[in-house]
Design a protein around this ligand. Structure first.
Ligand SMILES: *Cc1c(COP(=O)(O)O)cnc(C)c1O
Length: 351
């Protein structure tokens, strides 16, 4: 720490991203990326001409991308904001949407970034414990004191709420903004996007990183009523108007227009998830029922830390989280069938 750092950031603990090691032949199942390349349509929009235009600033409105998202969801462009990954949209939301209480409520075990954003933007984090099955109890969020953030599905267990549950939370918190982070929604949960027309206290955030195979392009989307979206854009234009680069705008627009490829990839992930979970169970693992592209798994004769280490020594990387309530588990991203078969083979040796 230099002597120049603001006092208020002295205790800030940054988000710890999953490792991105450069080990040859590594099977990487630790950060919930897609194992598949982006849609082939993406290749068609990146060319020498576009690269030659990198001397120019991008369109601050990201019009091409917003139009493509609007067409795909049949939602007005004025109800859509885009960000440099959904992380940036979450950051803008934590910055913008705090009521007088400055409290932001979210589950005690969820996406690690929420705590960091609460800290950096001076909000008090109100951690609401998951139940003993590591699920979110909707009633715990009724009449919450401030803004509410819920990931649906919720990592790292991958449990999901139904749209009716989200509606109950919206109805019980008419004067609080409810932010639903749908990073994994397309792997099997119900989206709340259609509810934005009816509820003026809902903001839904999605990403192209997981189900559109574009983690490297950094594209996130927010859906909400016009006034909420315009508040988010106020943050963006006060922070970084050019938050999406020229290439990402084109790539995102091409990817969202390719429904067939998107659906095929999702279908494959779901199939592999089902087979993988069944095989892990025959090996004696307790595997949480996940609606996302990852699963939490534990074995009663093997600690989470040991299993992680044994897999790593066989060049398979999964995520072990230190949190007391889930330290017996590892979180495994669903990759290709071949990758999961290798993990199963390695696991047979380990157990
Ligand atoms: C991966 C993830 C994000 C971040 O996505 P980016 O769009 O890549 O910034 C946000 N929320 C949750 C719950 C995630 O798992």
């Amino acid at each position: 720490m230099s002597r120049f750092l603001s006092k208020k950031y002295e205790k800030l603990v940054p988000y710890a991203p999953g490792e991105q090691p450069k080990i040859q032949g590594l099977i990487k199942l630790n950060t919930n990326e897609s194992p598949f390349p982006p849609s082939p349509k993406v290749m068609e929009v990146i060319n020498v001409d576009e690269i030659n235009r990198l001397n120019l600033y991008p369109d601050p409105e990201a019009t091409v991308l917003v139009k493509a998202i609007s067409k795909h969801y049949n939602i007005s462009e004025s109800k859509i904001a885009v960000g440099n990954g959904s992380d940036e949209l979450l950051a803008f939301s934590f910055m913008a949407f705090q009521n007088e209480s400055r409290i932001i409520s979210f589950p005690d075990i969820s996406y690690g970034f929420y705590k960091v954003y609460a800290e950096i933007y001076g909000a008090k984090a109100n951690l609401i414990p998951l139940n003993t099955n590591l699920e979110i109890e909707p009633k715990d969020y009724f009449n919450a004191p401030g803004t509410i953030v819920i990931a649906n599905p919720n990592p790292p267990a991958g449990t999901a709420l139904l749209r009716v549950d989200i509606e109950e939370i919206l109805k019980a918190n008419k004067d609080n903004l409810v932010i639903i982070d749908e990073a994994y929604v397309n792997f099997g949960a119900q989206t709340s996007v259609p509810l934005i027309e009816q509820y003026d206290n809902l903001l839904v955030i999605q990403t192209f990183s997981k189900d559109r195979n574009l983690a490297g392009a950094r594209i996130g989307t927010a859906f909400g009523q016009e006034d909420i979206i315009s508040d988010l854009n106020k943050m963006k234009f006060s922070f970084n108007p050019y938050n999406l680069n020229r290439l990402s705008i084109l790539v995102g627009a091409a990817a969202i227009a390719d429904d067939k490829y998107f659906e095929d990839c999702i279908e494959k992930i779901k199939e592999v998830r089902q087979e993988f979970v069944a095989e892990m169970k025959t090996l004696g693992f307790d595997v949480m029922n996940s609606y996302a592209n990852f699963v939490l798994a534990k074995h009663d004769k093997l600690s989470g830390a040991e299993y992680y280490k044994e897999l790593r020594s066989r060049k398979i990387l999964v995520r072990h989280l230190e949190n007391e309530r889930i330290k017996d588990y590892v979180r495994i991203t669903i990759g290709t069938k071949e990758q999961m078969d290798e993990l199963i083979n390695a696991t047979k040796q380990i157990v």
